[in-house]
Design a protein. Sequence first.
Length: 137
Amino acid sequence: MGILDRFSLLDRKALVTGGGSGIGQALAVALAEAGADVAIADIDSAGAADTCTRIENLGRQTLAIATDVTAKDQVENMVDTVLAAWGQLDIGVNSAGIALRGPIEDISEADWDRVLDLDLTAVFLCCQAEGRAMLQR
């Protein structure tokens, strides 16, 4: 029995935030390789479209959803879009995030607030919305 047989995600429905580049894109493609259909939520529409093309080339269904995950209404719309298209959500990967570069003494409070909004509050909002969708099943 191969690894994909043990961990098959065939026909599962996944949602990856930050899936337009970097770690999020790699995770989205890996989920598709394991058999999942994958929705890509990203503020970068071009990056999301690129990831969707990679997923389509693997023979899986995909959606690109332009989303600012720091905005609760957009997060709820993101999950509603997945449910409207596929009727279910099985996997949520909240990988949207940013990192600040440079000496800590040079980071502004506004930049720090942006990190907390995207790396902490947005994950909370996404987990809430995704969890509600999953609990319906």
